[in-house]
Ligand binder design. Structure first.
Ligand code: GDP
Length: 318
């Protein structure tokens, strides 16, 4: 493994640009960096800079000259949005990441963290999925466009490392949840969707909550505050272009997740299964032994994380 030793670690006064600061991941990163004493954070709203526009991005980097970049901006969505909009997921993610990674190199950024996703791995990867499973088999069709874009982003960062010695690192988070998630019933991921569904079912006195698919697929869920802590850890301690998985190391079935959410929300009705909806990949559990060996572990348990997220939902989305 190539370890770059020339770069300084990230330091508190560094100008850090968080691309995508309003999203689930970006907003958690801003909270974590502020809490850790990083005082020079750079953010831009979509109205001020369109990351899909190379001119906008070049002007920003030339003007602001950030020392460090975290690329948390992406077009994201759950299983339905992903399979309905492959053009947008492929094109917009490629545009954003190409513009930011190239401008970061051209303007002399010292360190960049690219955020991928566990869906980059083959549909039938060994479980738990080690980093070495990348590009060893066909992808899950329901999120292939997003996965291909993310794989291209990893490869671009690795190419800049190999060709120009850039300290561009890539982390692969598992399924995330927490404050500022998308709680829309059609385009969201399963956890926020079920939180809203259970809340509405309870409020409306329904007897039944409809869950997509068979309930059999297994997923791993990480609270986004844990992810943000892992990102800061990697920025300070990890300088290799080899990808790193970030997860909690445990998975549960969608049925168990639905039951847990009903419990937290206190919805006492039954679960019904809409098997016309796709299950997606059968299992997605990351092998987290690499980040454990580096010295990082998650802290927020799933029940506690869901309870905190439900509280945030009540305060912000109702
Ligand atoms: P994935 O991890 O890329 O498959 O994305 P999702 O989080 O969207 O879906 C995970 C699993 O949860 C799939 O098997 C879905 O069919 C299932 N699921 C059950 N109910 C829902 C729901 O209301 N919304 C979503 N997005 N998924 C659901």
């Amino acid at each position: 493994m190539l370890i770059l030793t020339l770069s300084r670690p990230v330091e508190k006064p560094d100008k850090i640009f968080i691309a995508g600061h309003r999203g689930l991941v970006g907003s958690a990163l801003v909270r974590q960096l502020e809490q850790d004493g990083f005082a020079n954070l750079l953010t831009r709203d979509r109205a001020e800079m369109d990351l899909r526009d190379a001119g906008d991005v070049d002007r920003f980097f030339a003007q602001e000259k950030p020392a460090v970049v975290i690329l948390a901006a992406a077009k994201v969505g759950g299983i339905k949005a992903n399979s309905d909009l492959p053009v947008e997921f492929l094109l917009e993610n490629l545009q954003m990441q190409n513009n930011v990674v190239r401008a970061a190199h051209d303007s002399g950024v010292r360190k960049l963290l690219f955020l991928g996703s566990s869906c980059i791995y083959p549909k039938h990867a060994p479980q738990p999925i080690p980093e070495s499973a990348l590009l060893t088999g066909p992808l899950e069709p329901t999120n292939e466009a997003y996965a291909i874009a993310k794989i291209a982003g990893i490869k671009l960062c690795q190419a800049y490392s190999r060709e120009y010695g850039a300290n561009f690192i890539s982390a692969m988070p598992t399924n995330l949840y927490g404050p500022n998630d998308n709680f829309d019933l059609v385009s969201s991921h399963v956890l926020p969707a079920l939180l809203r569904k259970a809340h509405l079912a309870k409020q409306e006195g329904k007897r039944e909550l409809v869950v997509w698919g068979s309930g059999q697929p297994r997923r791993e869920f990480l609270h986004v505050d844990d992810l943000a802590a892992a990102c800061v850890f990697l920025l300070e301690k990890y300088d290799s272009p080899e990808i790193v998985n970030i997860g909690c190391g445990e998975d549960i079935s969608i049925r168990e997740l639905a039951e847990l959410i009903c419990d937290v929300v206190d919805f006492k009705g039954d679960l019904a299964w809409d098997t016309a909806k796709p299950d997606g990949t059968p299992r997605k559990l990351l092998d987290v032994s690499k980040i454990h060996a580096l010295g990082w572990r998650h802290r927020i348990g799933l029940r506690d994380g869901i309870a905190r997220t439900y509280q945030w939902f009540l305060e912000n989305e109702t």
